[in-house]
Design a protein around this ligand. Structure first.
Ligand code: ADP
Ligand code: MG
Length: 625
C-alpha cells in the first residue's frame, strides 16, 4: 500500500538534509544573522548543541507581519523569482532553515524589527506558534532547544560530544575568518572566545595560530576577484586543515581549488607538506551555482578550468615574485659591498640567473586537470628530463639555503619523512664492517658548521653532522620505544604551546600514545598544552613542530609496534644536531663515537648518505702523483 506522508513527516525528512547535526543549525543561524546585517554575533551552545543553541545578533530584526511565515518551508525574504537566483548576495535564499530546524526542535525567537517600537517573542513548540510581547532593544535572538529530541534515531547518529563541538567550532570559525568586520562572542560548553573586529590578516593569525610573517598576501582583480593569504613554503604544514576557501564569502568545500593552489606551489613545497590558505573568490553569482547542495557547502563554477588555471597562476606568480625579491634582498643584506651576483649562502652553487632560468622552466609544465588525475602525477610529469629535475632540486636547495642562512638558529628540518625512503630494513642487517678505521681522533675538525672532517691512514673522511646525529638518535629512539621501561626527564621549565582547537582535539585523543612514547603532556584550556616531561636523554629544538609532526602520524588505527620507525625518525630529526650548528671539539668526538656505535652508520633515517670517504689513492690520481 502506498501511503501519502503527512506534512509533519515530510518536514522531518526534509529537515534531515539541512539539519544534519547541531553544527548545521549553528551554520544556518549565523547565516541569518549575517544576512540581517549584524556586526555583533553572540553564539552559545550547551551540551554540544543538543540542549541549547542560541544565536544573538544586532541586525535588522524580523517584522511582525512576517511572523506567521517564519517557519513555512520555502518562505524567504531574500529572493522572489527565479531570476534572483542569478544574483544572490545573501547567505540564505532557500527559505528552509527555520522550517527544518523547527521540525526537529523547539524554537524561541526574540526579535524587534528596526521599524517597530516593541519586541516580540515567537515560540514554536510541537508545531504550534505563540506570539507575545517581550523586551529586546535591537536585533534577534534565536534559541533552539532540545534538538533531535523528537527523532531519537537521528540523535543516536550524533558523534561524541567532543566531535560535535569541534564541528560547531569549525562552522563558526569559517564565518569568523570570512567576516573580520563582525565581532563574534562564542561560548560552547563553557569554552569562551571573543574575536573582536579586526583586520583580515589579524583574524587569520588568531584563528589559524600561524604568525603574520608566514603569510603572503594575494590580490587579483579582474573578471573575478581573488584575494586572501597563503603560507610561505618554508612554513611547513603537515595537514590540509589550514585551507579555507570562500566563494562570495560563503565557506565552500571544494576538491579542485586546493589542488590548483598546490599545483601553483609546484616544487617549492616540501614532501608531505601542504600550503595553508585563506582564499576569497568573488565571482558574478551568475557564473556559479550555489544550489547544488542543501547546506550550500558545495558549488559548481560554470567554467571550472578557468578558475583552476587562474588560481594556479596567481599562486605561482606571487610565490615567484616573493622569492625573487627575497633573493635580491638577501644579496643586498649579506654582501652589500659585493657586486658579484652569487648568493653568499652556505652552498654558493646557484646564481640568481640560474634561479630565474628554473622559474621559466617551471612555467612550461602546465597542469591540465583534464588529462592528469592527481597533483602528484602532475608533479612527476613536471620533471620530464634530468636537466629540469636537476634545476628543481637545486632551486629547492637554493630556496632552503637562503632561508637557513638568513634565519640563523632556525631549525633545519628535513621532513622528507616519506615512508618509502625510510631505511627500514637497515636495522635488521647484521653489523657491517666500518668503512673507515684507524681514524685519528686527535685531528678532527668541523667545516662550515656543517661537516666533520677527519683522516684515517688511507683516506679523508667527511661526515654530514646532522645526518650522523640523526642516525644515532633514530637508533636510540627505536631502542627507547621498544624498551618496556620508558624513562622520562622532567623539563626544568614546562613548555606551554598554543595549538588550534582541532589540533588540541587530536592531541587529547592521542594523550595515551604520547604517554607511550615518553611525553607527559596536559591540555590546559581549549588551545594550549603544557609539556612537563620528554623521553630521557633527549632534547627537542622545536616542541611545536615535533608535536605537530607526531599527530600527523597518529591516525585512527595507530599501532606503535608498526610505527616505531616512523615515530623514531620524527623524534630523531627534531633532536639531532643541526646543519649549521657550531660544535666544540669534544662534541665532534662525541658525535663520531656515537655514529660508530650505530648499527648502520652509513645512511640517515631518510636514506641519505652520512659518510663520504676520499681515499688518498684517489687524491694521488687527481694530483697526478
Ligand atoms: P532563508 O535564510 O533562506 O531566507 P530561513 O529559514 O533561514 O531562510 O529564514 C527565513 C526568513 O526569516 C529569512 O528570509 C529572514 O527574512 C527571516 N530571518 C531569519 N533569521 C533572521 C534574523 N536573525 N534576523 C532577521 N531576519 C531573520
Ligand atoms: Mg537562512
Amino acid at each position: 500500500m502506498i501511503n501519502i506522508l503527512s506534512k509533519d513527516v515530510i518536514n522531518k525528512i526534509a529537515a534531515g538534509e539541512v539539519v544534519e547535526r547541531p553544527a548545521s543549525v549553528v551554520k544556518e543561524l549565523i547565516e541569518n544573522a549575517i544576512d540581517a546585517g549584524a556586526d555583533i554575533i553572540k553564539i552559545k551552545a550547551l551540551k554540544y548543541g543538543t540542549e541549547l543553541i542560541q544565536i544573538e545578533d544586532n541586525g535588522d530584526g524580523i517584522h511582525s507581519k512576517d511572523f506567521d511565515k517564519l517557519f513555512l518551508r520555502h518562505a524567504t525574504s531574500k529572493i522572489s523569482s527565479i531570476d534572483d537566483l542569478e544574483k544572490i548576495d545573501t547567505m540564505g535564499f532557500r527559505g528552509e532553515a527555520l522550517a527544518s530546524i523547527a521540525a526537529v526542535s523547539d524554537i524561541e525567537i526574540l526579535t524587534r524589527h528596526q521599524s517597530e517600537s516593541n519586541g516580540s517573542l515567537i515560540k514554536h513548540y510541537d508545531g504550534k506558534i505563540t506570539i507575545s510581547p517581550t523586551s529586546i532593544t535591537k536585533g534577534t535572538i534565536v534559541k533552539v532547544k532540545n534538538l533531535f529530541e523528537n527523532i531519537p534515531a537521528r540523535k543516536k547518529f550524533l558523534k561524541s560530544p567532543r566531535t560535535e563541538n569541534i564541528a560547531i567550532w569549525q562552522v563558526i570559525l569559517s564565518y569568523v575568518l570570512s567576516y573580520p568586520n563582525i565581532r563574534f562572542e562564542i561560548e560552547i560548553d563553557r569554552h569562551l572566545k571573543i574575536y573582536p573586529k579586526s583586520e583580515l590578516i589579524d583574524r587569520i593569525c588568531d584563528v589559524t595560530k600561524i604568525e603574520k610573517q608566514h603569510w603572503l598576501e594575494l590580490n587579483y582583480d579582474n573578471e573575478l576577484k581573488i584575494f586572501g593569504y597563503t603560507t610561505l613554503p618554508k612554513k611547513q604544514i603537515f595537514d590540509k586543515k589550514k585551507q579555507y576557501l570562500f566563494v562570495n564569502h560563503r565557506p565552500i568545500f571544494d576538491q579542485n581549488i586546493p589542488k590548483a593552489v598546490q599545483v601553483g606551489y609546484g616544487t617549492f613545497l616540501m614532501n608531505n607538506t601542504y600550503p595553508g590558505f585563506v582564499l576569497f573568490i568573488e565571482i558574478n553569482p551568475a557564473e556559479v551555482d550555489f544550489n547544488v547542495h542543501p547546506r550550500k557547502s558545495e558549488i559548481r563554477f560554470s567554467d571550472q578550468n578557468k578558475i583552476f588555471n587562474i588560481i594556479k597562476d596567481i599562486i605561482s606568480t606571487i610565490l615567484k615574485n616573493h622569492l625573487k625579491s627575497f633573493v635580491k634582498d638577501t644579496i643586498a643584506e649579506i654582501k652589500p659591498e659585493n657586486t658579484n651576483t652569487y648568493i653568499q649562502v652556505k652552498n654558493p652553487d646557484f646564481t640568481i640567473q640560474e634561479f630565474e632560468e628554473f622559474l621559466k622552466n617551471e612555467e612550461k609544465h602546465y597542469y591540465n586537470p583534464e588529462n592528469t588525475s592527481s597533483v602528484s602525477e602532475y608533479q612527476s610529469k613536471a620533471k620530464p628530463n634530468i636537466k629540469s629535475s636537476f634545476l628543481i632540486d637545486k632551486a629547492i636547495k637554493f630556496n632552503q639555503n637562503i632561508y637557513d642562512t638568513i634565519k640563523e638558529n632556525t631549525y633545519q628540518n628535513d621532513t622528507k619523512t616519506d615512508d618509502t625512503n625510510l631505511d627500514i630494513q637497515n636495522l635488521e642487517y647484521k653489523r657491517l664492517e666500518k668503512t673507515f678505521d684507524d681514524y685519528d681522533l686527535s685531528n678532527v675538525f668541523q667545516i662550515n658548521n656543517s661537516y666533520i672532517v677527519l683522516s684515517t691512514k688511507k683516506s679523508i673522511v667527511i661526515i654530514d653532522q646532522h645526518a650522523a646525529s640523526e642516525r644515532y638518535f633514530f637508533e636510540y629512539f627505536i631502542r627507547y620505544l621498544k624498551s618496556k621501561n620508558l624513562d622520562k626527564q622532567n623539563l626544568l621549565v614546562s613548555e606551554v604551546i598554543e595549538f588550534t582547537i582541532e589540533e588540541i582535539e587530536i592531541i587529547e585523543t592521542n594523550l595515551p600514545i604520547f604517554k607511550q612514547i615518553g611525553f607527559d603532556i596536559e591540555i590546559i584550556g581549549k588551545d594550549k598544552i603544557i609539556i612537563n616531561a620528554i623521553p630521557a636523554g633527549t632534547k627537542f629544538f622545536n616542541y611545536k613542530k615535533v608535536i605537530k609532526e607526531l599527530i600527523g602520524q597518529f591516525n585512527e588505527n595507530f599501532d606503535l609496534e608498526k610505527s616505531i620507525k616512523k615515530i623514531a625518525a620524527t623524534m630523531a630529526c627534531h633532536t639531532a644536531i643541526r646543519f649549521g650548528d657550531p660544535l666544540k671539539k669534544e662534541e665532534i668526538i662525541d658525535l663520531i663515537n656515537k655514529l660508530l656505535s650505530c648499527e648502520n652508520p652509513y645512511s640517515c633515517p631518510h636514506g641519505r648518505p652520512i659518510i663520504y670517504e676520499i681515499p688518498f689513492d684517489d687524491l694521488e690520481k687527481k694530483f697526478c702523483r
